[in-house]
Unconditional design. Sequence first.
Length: 67
Amino acid sequence: MNEDPPIRRILNRLHPPEDNIITRARRMVEREVPPERRGPGWDRHWRELEAYLDLPGRWSARSDDDA
């Protein structure tokens, strides 16, 4: 794992935490995965996950009857 430089750790503490845990996870993952290794659907994937969390109970892929 890459160690953040001291200034990055300080700046991260100054920002208020995101309410959306997916947004926080995305930032952590993007620190480890360089832009050239991200696939074409990278941004869309993260935005969809963030949207699902922002709209609880409105999942479209599955119902309770699906098994």
